[in-house]
Design a protein around this ligand. Structure first.
Ligand SMILES: CC(C)(COP(=O)(O)OP(=O)(O)OC[C@H]1O[C@@H](n2cnc3c(N)ncnc32)[C@H](O)[C@@H]1OP(=O)(O)O)[C@@H](O)C(=O)NCCC(=O)NCCS
Length: 117
């Protein structure tokens, strides 16, 4: 964690598509699947930032304001917002896109904390 780095240098953008195996019985994305993607994208940003292996230490309140439908394309953006001694706070923004309808909505924002080990 000694090399100075701008947050933009370790920012990560990940794109996924909601497939049938990712959905609940209403054909919307399962919350747990989205949390998995959020954890992965944020961990990559923290790893890039610290040049270390990181573990998830905590996740703040995650609320699901909008369902994400089967077939939607989900873009997850993660960026380190603060780095401490060995821990890093990372913001994750989730955008769901219905490509045929040309509609994009921000569905979630959350902060996760990772610790470099
Ligand atoms: C996170 C973990 C490495 C912290 O270990 P620890 O021995 O308690 O660490 P320390 O008390 O020395 O603290 C190390 C850093 O972690 C931070 N930290 C520890 N627990 C934390 C928590 N729950 N939330 C946020 N930060 C935390 C401390 O603030 C400290 O930050 P700093 O170095 O920037 O000042 C340890 O609890 C762990 O391995 N947890 C399991 C992680 C894991 O497996 N995650 C996957 C989910 S199952």
């Amino acid at each position: 964690m000694s090399v100075k780095k701008f947050a933009k240098e370790s920012a990560v953008i990940m794109t996924e598509m909601v497939l049938p195996n990712d959905t609940n019985t209403l054909n919307n994305l399962m919350g747990g699947k989205l949390m998995h993607w959020m954890d992965v994208v944020a961990a990559i940003a923290a790893q890039k930032h610290s040049n270390s292996i990181v573990v998830t230490a905590s996740a703040d309140n995650i609320s699901f304001q909008q369902p994400i439908a089967l077939g939607n394309v989900v873009t997850l953006k993660a960026q380190v917002t603060r780095a401490f001694k060995s821990s890093m706070e990372v913001i994750i923004e989730v955008i769901a896109e219905d490509i045929p309808a040309n509609k994009k909505i921000i569905t979630n924002r959350a902060f996760f904390t990772f610790v470099a080990v």
